[in-house]
Design a protein around this ligand. Structure first.
Ligand code: SF4
Length: 112
């Protein structure tokens, strides 16, 4: 009697293991794929947000690491500058200081 009961429990454990293991693995795999997709979407949304920062095309942008903007020095090149009301498009090339390279260079020209 004890032997048949233990065999019964072993069989139940085997059936449960074989039934739930693929389900758990599939759930884990789907969760991983979902997390990768969400991270990819978040990355794209963040990149789009960063590309909306207009400071490098603004006339008030200096390019100097000590004073990036003469109007909003703390706001320049941050996400807050995405909706800056003082944005003034630079209509011609201007010189900006490239601090890391220790030289002045021209920004890209912006056509009005
Ligand atoms: S005025 Fe606004 S958009 Fe222009 S550089 Fe300063 S923070 Fe950026």
């Amino acid at each position: 009697m004890i032997f048949s009961t233990s065999i019964f429990y072993i069989n139940v454990a085997f059936v449960l293991k074989t039934a739930f293991c693929p389900i758990m693995l599939s759930t884990l795999l789907l969760g991983f794929i979902w997390a990768v997709i969400m991270a990819f979407r978040d990355g794209i949304a963040r990149l789009q947000k960063l590309h909306r920062i207009p400071c490098d095309r603004c006339v008030y942008f200096t390019g100097c690491q000590y004073l990036k903007c003469t109007v909003h020095p703390h706001k320049a090149l941050t996400e807050e500058a995405g909706d800056c009301l003082d944005f003034e498009p630079a209509s011609a090339r201007k010189l900006v200081y490239q601090g890391s390279r220790k030289r002045w260079s021209k920004t890209r020209s912006i056509q009005p």
